[in-house]
Design a binder for this molecule. Structure first.
Ligand code: GLC
Length: 766
C-alpha cells in the first residue's frame, strides 16, 4: 500500500507532506475548508478581506489508506497521492478528485490547417499550455446528475455543464452568445448540485484561468490556471442557499444601497455632450409621466475624454448649478469615469500621476501608453494604496459638483491598441508585480478606490457601477453586464446571466435595457422592460449611433406599457429594499434562479426563462418575438396570478396569456408584500405611510425602514416591522424602533383594507 503523507497541525491548519508536495487544509468554519499549495506566488487575496477563520473543532483520523478530516458539516479525505475528496455530513460526495488522466478534446486540426481556418475568422481554441512550468490544473469528478451554476457574468445558460469558460476580463462588444468564453468579470466560484447535494468551490487566484464543465469529457470538470498558487475553498451547507451565504461570508456582501438607486435610470452614450440634451431627456421623462431617479452622463460630458474634468461651456459655464438644480427636483446624476488618463502634459490628473509615479510602467521603467477614448492614455496602478487614495480623492471633483454616483467603465482594463503586455509592471498590494497577475483585479481595485473616495467625501452609501470585477467586488460596487445588443438572444440571456451573477455574490446587477449596440424595435423594448423590471439595477442605455430607445422613442403603445411597468417597479421598491436589507446579512440575491429555492425539484435545475424575486414572486417573461402565450412551470406551493388573482397549485406547467402589455407574474400564497405608494421618484423625505398586500389569509413579514441614504442604520437608526396576518387577523409590531415610524399602515386583505395608526404613547399600531 502506498505510504500516506505525513502531517502536522497548527491550530486549524493541517499540513500534509510527501516527497514532492505540501498541501494545506485550513478549517475556516465548519462549512468552509481551504485547500492550498504554495507555488511561489505572494500577496494576499483580493476577494477575501480580514480573517474569516472562526474557532472550529475538527478531528483528523488515520484510516488504512487515507486521512479523514471532519467538522460537523464536512469530511475531507486525503490519500497517499494527495487526492482531496470532500463529503457532506451524510457521506455524500461533493467534490472529489478525478483519478484518471484528462483526454483533451480532439478538434481534428493540425497547425498547418489551423492557419487557414483562422484566416477566415474562425476561432480555434488552443490546447492549454501544460508545458508552462507555472500551469496547474484541478480535475474533479462530474456525476451524471450534477449541475454547475455561478461563475458570475458568463454567457449561455443557467447550468454551465457542457461548456467551457475563461477568466480573463475582456471587453469584446461583439454579441455575447453562448460560445463566448469570457466577458468583463472574473468570478471564479461555482455553486454545484451533485446528485442533489449542494456544494461550492471557489478558486481564489487572479491569474488567467480556464474552466471546463464536462465539455471535454462528461466524467470530469476541471479548472486550470496559468500561474499562481493552488488555492481553493470547499464550501458545504445543507442547501444551495447555505452555499451562497457561506460564499458571501468569505467574499463579502452587497451593502445596503441608497434607496433611490433602485429607481429607474435613463442613459445613452451621447446625451451628456450638452446640458440641453440632458435637460430634454429630463423634461421628456416628466412630460410622459415616467417615474425615474437618475440620468447617466457618459464620456461626452468631459473635456476631450479627460477624466475628472467637465466641459463647462456645454453646461452654460456652471455644471454644478445644473446638477444641483436637477437634484432639487428629484433627479440624480451619475457620471462615468474610465481608468485611462489622457497623456497630456499640463492636464492636472496626468501631471499629478506622473509626478507621483502613479501610472504603470514597462519593465524598463517608462510609463506605459496605450489608447482609449482620449487617444494616448496611461493607466493608474490601482494595486497601490496611495494610488487608490489619490483616485478616490479625485472622485470628489464629481461629488462636489453634486454627482450622486460614479460609473466605472473600461476597467478590464480595455485598450484599443492591443492588450496590455503581460510583463507591464502593476503593483500587487504595493509590491511590484505584473499585468499578468493584476489584470483580473484591476477593475476590483478601481471600484474599491471609488467606493472609499465617495464614502469619505459624502458620508453616504456610495453608488458605484463597474463593468470589470473580481470575486468580492460586490462589497464596493454594483455591476452591469456590459455591451449587449438589441437582439432577442440578449433579452433571453439576462435571466440566466443575472441569476448566476446573483448567486455569485453580485445581486446588485442589471443589463443595458433594450441593448447597447444594434437597433431596438418597439416589441423588443417592451418585452425587455417587462423582463428586467425586477433587476436591481434598472437602466436603459444605448450606444451612440444606434436607434433611439427611450420609453417614448416608438410612440404608442410602447410608451404606455413602459410607463405601466415603471410604475409597477416603484410599487415594489419597498420589497426590493427589504430584500437588500436581508441580503446584506445572508448574501441571498434578489433575482434568483428557481433552483436556489427549490433545489429538490429536478424540473427547475436549468430554467432559463423564469426567475424568482426573493421567495415571493415568480416572473415568467416573454423573451421571443410575437409570442403572446407561454408555458410557466410553477414549483411547489400555491401560486396566485398577480394580475387576475387566480390560484394555481404548484408542481405543474400552466399556459398563460401574455399579450404585449403583460408580464406573467405569480405571488406565492401565504406571503405579505409591501406595496409602495405611486411616486415619481424616491424621495429623501421619510414615508409616513406604508401598505402591505396579503396573498392568502395568513402570513408574516419583516419590513425594514431607514433613511435610505447614509450609515446611521449601522447605529440602530432603522425600524423593523413585523406584519402578521393570522386567518384574517392583522397585527403590526415594531420589533426594532430606531427611526421615525410610519404614521399609518394599511394591510390589504382580499381587497379589504385594514388601517392601523401609530400610537406614539404606547408605541403600538392600533
Ligand atoms: C463602453 C461602455 C458603454 C459606454 C461606452 C462609452 O462601451 O460599456 O456602456 O456607453 O463605453 O463610454
Amino acid at each position: 500500500m502506498p505510504k500516506l503523507p505525513t502531517y502536522q497541525t497548527d491550530h486549524q491548519t493541517i499540513t500534509f507532506n510527501n516527497s514532492n508536495r505540501q498541501i494545506q487544509l485550513t478549517i475556516i468554519t465548519p462549512e468552509i475548508i481551504r485547500v492550498s499549495e504554495n507555488r511561489g506566488d505572494h500577496g494576499a487575496s483580493y476577494a477575501i478581506e480580514g480573517d474569516k477563520e472562526t474557532t472550529t473543532t475538527y478531528t483528523v483520523k488515520q484510516q488504512p489508506d487515507h486521512y479523514e478530516i471532519t467538522t460537523t458539516a464536512l469530511t475531507i479525505k486525503v490519500d497517499a497521492a494527495m487526492h482531496i475528496d470532500a463529503y457532506d455530513a451524510n457521506s455524500n460526495p461533493l467534490v472529489t478528485d478525478y483519478r484518471g488522466s484528462r483526454t483533451p478534446l480532439d478538434r481534428g486540426i493540425d497547425e498547418e490547417h489551423k492557419k487557414f481556418v483562422q484566416e477566415e475568422g474562425h476561432n480555434v481554441p488552443g490546447a492549454d499550455d501544460q508545458n508552462n512550468p507555472d500551469y496547474f490544473q484541478v480535475v474533479k469528478d462530474l456525476a451524471p446528475d450534477e449541475q454547475i451554476y455561478g461563475l458570475g457574468d458568463k454567457t449561455g445558460y443557467l447550468n454551465k455543464r457542457g461548456y467551457e469558460y475563461d477568466d480573463w476580463n475582456t471587453d469584446n462588444p461583439a454579441p455575447h452568445l453562448e460560445n463566448f468564453t469570457r466577458l468583463y468579470k472574473s468570478i471564479p466560484v461555482i455553486i454545484g448540485l451533485k446528485a442533489g447535494h449542494p456544494y461550492g468551490l471557489f478558486f481564489d487566484n487572479p491569474y488567467r484561468s480556464h474552466f471546463d464543465f464536462g465539455k471535454e469529457n462528461p466524467n470530469y470538470y476541471f479548472y486550470s490556471a496559468e500561474a499562481g498558487n493552488l488555492n481553493y475553498y470547499l464550501i458545504g451547507g445543507k442547501t444551495l442557499k447555505d452555499i451562497v451565504t457561506n460564499y458571501t461570508y468569505l467574499t463579502g456582501r452587497t451593502p445596503l444601497p441608497q434607496k433611490w438607486t433602485l429607481g429607474y435610470q435613463q442613459s445613452r452614450w451621447g446625451y451628456s455632450a450638452s446640458q440641453k440634451m440632458v435637460q430634454d431627456i429630463v423634461d421628456s421623462m416628466h412630460k410622459y409621466d415616467l417615474p425615474f431617479d437618475v440620468i447617466h452622463l457618459d464620456i461626452d460630458y468631459m473635456r476631450g475624454y479627460r477624466v475628472f474634468t467637465w466641459n463647462d461651456e456645454a453646461y452654460q459655464g456652471n455644471p454644478q448649478k445644473f446638477v444641483t438644480d436637477l437634484k432639487a427636483t428629484g433627479t440624480k446624476i451619475v457620471a462615468i469615469i474610465d481608468p485611462g488618463v489622457k497623456k497630456d502634459p499640463g492636464y492636472n490628473i496626468y501631471d499629478q500621476g506622473i509626478k507621483n509615479d502613479y501610472f504603470v510602467k514597462d519593465p524598463a521603467g517608462n510609463v506605459y501608453v496605450n489608447q482609449v477614448w482620449p487617444g494616448d492614455a496611461v493607466f493608474p496602478d490601482f494595486g497601490r494604496r496611495a494610488v487608490q487614495k489619490w483616485w478616490g480623492k479625485n472622485d470628489q471633483f464629481l461629488t462636489d459638483m453634486g454627482v450622486a454616483g460614479i460609473w466605472n467603465d473600461m476597467n478590464e482594463p480595455a485598450s484599443f491598441q492591443g492588450e496590455i503586455p503581460q510583463d507591464i509592471v502593476f503593483s500587487d498590494h504595493d509590491q511590484p508585480s505584473t499585468h499578468k497577475k493584476m489584470h483580473n483585479v484591476y477593475g476590483h481595485n478601481m471600484a474599491k478606490a471609488t467606493y472609499d473616495g465617495v464614502k469619505r467625501a459624502t458620508g453616504r452609501r456610495p453608488f458605484v457601477i463597474t463593468r470589470a470585477a473580481y470575486s468580492g467586488t460586490q462589497k464596493y460596487s454594483t455591476v452591469w453586464t456590459g455591451d449587449n445588443h438589441s437582439i432577442w438572444p440578449h433579452l433571453q440571456l439576462l435571466i440566466p446571466q443575472l441569476c448566476n451573477l446573483g448567486i455569485s455574490g453580485f445581486t446588485f446587477a442589471g443589463t443595458d435595457i433594450a441593448g447597447l449596440g444594434s437597433d431596438a424595435t418597439p416589441e423588443l423594448l417592451t418585452r425587455w422592460i417587462e423582463a428586467a423590471i425586477f433587476s436591481p439595477l434598472l437602466r436603459n442605455h444605448s450606444a451612440m449611433g444606434t436607434r433611439a430607445q427611450e420609453p417614448w422613442a416608438f410612440g404608442e403603445p410602447t410608451l404606455s406599457i413602459y410607463r405601466k411597468f415603471l410604475k409597477l417597479r416603484y410599487r415594489f421598491i419597498p420589497y426590493l429594499y427589504d430584500l437588500f436589507a436581508k441580503e446584506s446579512k445572508n448574501g441571498l440575491p434578489l433575482m434568483r434562479p428557481l433552483v436556489l429555492n427549490y433545489e429538490d425539484d429536478p424540473r427547475v435545475r436549468n430554467i432559463n426563462d423564469q426567475y424568482l424575486v426573493g421567495d415571493a414572486i415568480l416572473v415568467a417573461p416573454i423573451v421571443q418575438p410575437s409570442q403572446t402565450k407561454r408555458l410557466v412551470y410553477l414549483p411547489a406551493g400555491k401560486w396566485i396570478d398577480f394580475w387576475n388573482h387566480r390560484e394555481y397549485d404548484g408542481q405543474q406547467d400552466i399556459v398563460v396569456d401574455a399579450p404585449l402589455d403583460k408580464l406573467p407574474m405569480f405571488i406565492k400564497q401565504g406571503t405579505i408584500l409591501p406595496w409602495g405608494a405611486e411616486v415619481d421618484h424616491i424621495s429623501e423625505t421619510p414615508d409616513s405611510t406604508m401598505a402591505f398586500n396579503v396573498y392568502g389569509d395568513s402570513g408574516s413579514y419583516h419590513h425594514y425602514q431607514d433613511n435610505g441614504l447614509d450609515f446611521k442604520y449601522q447605529h440602530g437608526e432603522f425600524n423593523d416591522y413585523l406584519v402578521n396576518v393570522d386567518h384574517g387577523q392583522v397585527s403590526v409590531e415594531l420589533v426594532h424602533h430606531g427611526f421615525q415610524p410610519y404614521r399609518e399602515i394599511t394591510v390589504n386583505l382580499n381587497n379589504q383594507p385594514v388601517t392601523l395608526t401609530y400610537n406614539s404613547t404606547t408605541e403600538h399600531y392600533e
